[in-house]
Design a protein around this ligand. Structure first.
Ligand code: ATP
Ligand code: MG
Length: 577
């Protein structure tokens, strides 16, 4: 037993009797194995009972404390839709017994820029939620011997130096469930679309470990985006992480939104996480999803630029927790993080305010871990674990096409491939502006259907040859016939990759277009209105040869006869124009 006396204070409207004081001393001695110096402080705000403070621990036996406990018990009653709430309330009140709650309280030392330093909560854990005055929530981020660094989720105006802080004992989490589909929420799962409360099916921590190796199976089912340039050359499989990277305004978001729109009727649930974007852009995206009927299977988690950095930091983890709920139930999920460069910037500003030492480009040392622990949570679970999957499409913005700066290289090394969007292609009207040379998909090939694989195998090579030849012939003033034909062939290949937004191709259309182009049956097609004419040819093919389409949709390799039929049809279409 330590000799040092522990100081304790008792708050009550009236001075405790000698007998009561002895009981408090006995209680403290039993609990803390030390003698105490008990001090009485008159507190007129307490209408009855006592509040005892020992160090940073508080024991509340006051009338107010018990009323607050009762209030908590009643407000935690939640009825399912249609269920009568009265019996639930009755049993909540009937079962309630007052507890001598002990809670640790700390004191705010400094507060500013969405971060508070707290003294006194020596047992608080990393990631634990703390409650500040005015109900403001914060999350423990830094633990030192002297103090805690805590990021604040709500508007911290009511938090002042010297204010009280309480532990909650629970780590940060978000409500999850089916009812989130079709809704727009903030980073903590609170609806912001004005469509009323969301009845959650459960609660998941925002940070949770990624599935282990044994729980996974290889990526072998396709996730079709409906974009020819992606599906044919950089196919994405369910459970894959494919980075979309490019300068600003190069159509990054457009690819992700097209991928979401194409999941209609595929059973894939989509989650779009907007980080650090303009609120008006997010609104526009929600409208686009609504207009195209995609909100019936999509959740939007929004942490716009006007939100404090802690909310922007937590948003992708919250979105991932929502996705995990569906994956654990055996469903397939597509999640878009738009974008992770702004996420890294939010984390950098938080870390600097928390006093962590800045490293390369002023990012803190754990910025790699920031994204690796997020993206590793995407997986294709094995059948024993329900077979669900999370496919992630993180987006990263580069500056002047520089993919070798810090954040892009980090994320490139975490993901299973990248779709690189090129400003010069975009400006030249080649949209989507996929740079075929720099893009890659490392695992998606196994997930490709045999039909598409059989027709698109040489596409990348042919495009590479065209690029070389174009550079080579740039300054030539005479081109022979053969050369001109080869160049025309390359132009046609580039043309078939052009695709308007919100107009996905079906798989048979993709197979038809590639087969027709690589058999040189489309060389006659003029550049003007190329896409519309091509879609017209597809439609008339669907009407004329449904048997071929059926065979393509069957999934097997495209036979030589079918290839010949397609080539013939595409050539003959010239006369029909
Ligand atoms: P930011 O860096 O601002 O986030 P971004 O890279 O996400 O931009 P988007 O917002 O997707 O780019 O697209 C930029 C513009 O290009 C938009 O106006 C969009 O409509 C247009 N665009 C994108 N893809 C295509 C396409 N395939 N066809 C036609 N227009 C497109
Ligand atoms: Mg964008």
């Amino acid at each position: 037993m330590s000799d040092k006396k522990i100081s304790a204070r008792i708050y009550s409207p009236e001075k405790p009797s000698e007998e009561q004081a002895r009981r408090f001393e006995r209680f403290i001695k039993q609990r803390y194995k030390r003698d105490c110096g008990l001090e009485w402080i008159c507190d007129e705000d307490i209408s009855g009972g006592f509040r005892l403070e020992v160090g940073s621990d508080v024991y509340d036996w006051s009338v107010e404390g018990r009323l607050a406990q009762l209030q908590d018990a009643i407000s935690s009653v939640k009825a399912a839709p249609g269920e009568d709430v009265i019996p639930l309330l009755k049993s909540a009140v009937g079962d309630w017994t007052p507890k001598a709650l002990s809670e640790q309280t700390g004191t705010v030392v400094t507060v500013g820029d969405g971060v508070a330093t707290v003294k006194g909560l020596y047992d608080a854990e990393y990631g634990e939620i703390l409650l500040f005055d005015g109900g403001v929530r914060g999350m423990v981020q830094n633990i030192t011997r002297q103090s805690l660094g805590c990021m604040l989720f709500d508007d911290g105006d009511s938090v002042k130096a010297g204010g009280k802080v309480k532990r909650t004992g629970s780590s940060a989490g978000v409500p999850v469930g089916e009812c989130f589909i079709g809704r727009v929420t903030d980073a903590l799962g609170v609806p912001i679309d004005g469509k009323g409360e969301i009845i959650a099916s459960g609660y998941r921590p925002v940070e949770s470990p990624a599935p282990g190796i044994a729980a996974r199976q290889p990526v072998n089912r396709p996730l079709k985006t409906g974009i020819l340039a992606v599906d044919a050359m950089f196919p994405i499989g369910r459970g894959q992480r494919e980075l979309i990277i490019g300068d600003r305004q190069t159509g990054k978001t457009a690819i992700a939104i097209d991928a979401i729109l194409n999941q209609k009727n595929s059973g894939v649930i989509c989650i779009y996480v907007a980080i650090g974007q303009k609120a008006s852009s997010v609104r526009q995206i929600v409208r686009t999803l609504e207009e195209n009927g995609a909100m019936s299977y999509t959740t939007v988690v929004s942490a716009p630029a006007s939100d404090p950095a802690p909310l922007q930091y937590i948003a992708p983890y919250a979105g991932c927790a929502m996705a995990e709920y569906f994956m654990r139930k055996g469903q397939d999920v597509l999640i878009v993080y738009d974008d992770l460069s702004k996420h890294a910037v939010a984390y950098r500003s938080l870390s600097l305010v928390l006093g962590r030492s800045p490293g390369r480009e002023a990012y803190p040392g754990d910025v790699f871990y920031l994204h690796s622990r997020l993206l590793e949570r995407s997986a294709r679970l094995s059948a024993a674990y329900g077979g669900g999957s999370i496919t992630a499409l993180p987006i990263v913005e580069t500056l002047a096409g520089n993919v070798s700066s810090y954040i892009p290289t980090n994320i490139i090394s975490i993901t299973d491939g990248q779709i690189f969007l090129d400003t010069s292609l975009f400006r030249a009207g080649q949209r989507p502006a996929v740079n075929v040379g720099l893009s890659v998909s490392r695992v998606g090939g196994d997930a490709m259907t045999p039909c598409l694989k059989s027709v698109s195998g040489t596409l990348r090579l042919e495009l590479a040859q065209y690029r070389e030849m174009k550079i080579f012939t740039q300054f030539a003033n005479y081109l022979d016939d053969e050369m001109q034909k080869s160049l025309r062939f390359g132009e046609i290949l580039m043309n078939i990759l052009r695709q308007e937004q919100y107009r996905p191709y079906e798989e048979w259309e993709q197979a038809f277009i590639i087969t027709a182009a690589s058999s040189r049956s489309l060389d006659w097609l003029p550049d003007e209105d190329f896409e519309d004419t091509l879609r017209g040819i597809c439609q008339s093919f669907a009407a004329a040869r449904p048997d071929v389409i059926e065979r393509i949709n069957g999934g097997s390799k495209l036979s030589e006869e079918d290839r010949a039929i397609i080539a013939e049809f595409a050539k003959a279409a010239q006369n029909a124009q």
